[in-house]
Design a protein around this ligand. Sequence first.
Ligand code: B12
Ligand code: SF4
Ligand code: SF4
Length: 390
Amino acid sequence: MSLTEHGDTKPTDLRRLVNRLAREVGFDLVAVTDAAGFDADREVALRRIDDGLMDGLPWFTKARVARGTSPDELLLGARSIISLGLNYYPGAAPTPASGSGLVARYAQARDYHRVMKRRMRRLVIALSEHPALQQADQELKARWYVDDGPMLDRAAAARAGLGWFGKNGNILNPTYGSWLLLGQIITNLQLEPDAPLAKTCGQCTRCIPACPTDAIVAPYVVDNRRCISYLTIEHKGAIPRDLRPGMGTWVFGCDICQEVCPVNRKAQATSDPNFGRRDLTALDLIELLDMDEAQFRQRFAGTPLMRAKRVGMQRNACVALGNLREVTAVPALGRALASADALVRQHAAWALGQIGRDEAMAALRTAESAEPDEDVRTEIRLALTDAGAA
Ligand code: B12
Ligand code: SF4
Ligand code: SF4
């Protein structure tokens, strides 16, 4: 007997069950779409790769897009996709102390992959153990993905009607705005699908000019290489000099295109204790710059910040300090010029160049003669020119 032919497992009954269980395990939103291929989204994603807009993410390959937009390749016999949303909005935060580095709200939290995957697993187990399904005498098949899987999470959420595509690329929901993390369960269950929402951004374009690095190159199109989120988290090397000033004091991710979004004004704050960690709202940049590996791990283990690694975070701290241009940061940046990591030395040099002043020039000149790395030496020379001009 098929799962849908049994009296207690009609698509509508199952839908109610899925909705109830999803909320019980801790999701704020649940919607369903069928398991047809995401053909139009696949074409868009492949074109983005061809246009170089996904450059910098070597794992975002055409093969991955092809697989991720073909649910039946991910799960044999796939019939439905349960799209899940988790509200992470911590509410209005106190204004960070001057001299702090900003962390995107989604990362002021425990690692959400773990949080969401655990809940999805509980949901699948609860479903499979439910008497309604057990009577149907058919094995429930399911696979679940959050972020790091090949699926296009936003395309699935949009088709399921969980939200709509904003011009900043994010999925917006009338209740939670865009402060949502997304995940999917692909299953062999035949579930009543939802319709996509009929909402759009209308005439609003506010997020596009608000992006300080001009990463939203057209409505719905983000150039990965220019996005602060990419630059601070995923990018491993030197940050292009022309993008550094636009990064302001963001040291992990960026929320600007969401902060300016009018849909987010009425967003409900979460009560989930995994999110809204006040100790991660704004980081002391000098403390971050002075951390050794053990201190870094002790402070950030189990949080998304680990992804950028200590060296990446210290690089970002240098950029933020350069943008703040406070002379009080010169001693710490001087110490960073002696870091074992060339990447940190390179960005410390840039920061000192932005601050200017005699103290910064002196630190740069001392470092120049002893610097073994050619890239860092070049950066020091450019910084001395910047500092002179400042
Ligand atoms: C790679 C990636 C990034 C990259 C590249 C971003 C990008 N634009 O692709 C970087 C590192 C920059 C990034 C940044 C962020 N990310 Co990210 N990221 C991803 C990831 C892993 C893949 C995204 C992807 O497939 N991109 C490919 C392109 C083609 O997809 P797309 O941008 O959605 O494109 C669609 C639209 O353009 C639409 N479209 C095209 N034309 C038109 C026209 C109209 C009229 C309409 C309506 C739609 C439309 O069709 C396209 C295909 O579906 C997903 C997780 C996942 N597995 O899906 C998370 C994900 C998208 N990221 C997420 C988050 C939270 C963020 C940040 C907010 C984090 C932060 N605060 O720093 C920023 C937001 C930046 C931004 N404005 O987009 C969430 C989004 C949640 C939400 N509510 O939408 C996701 C889904 C992770 C998750 N599981 O929760 N991210
Ligand atoms: S996350 Fe920041 S850098 Fe990226 S598109 Fe939005 S405003 Fe621009
Ligand atoms: S700021 Fe305006 S255009 Fe941008 S996502 Fe929000 S509603 Fe859409």
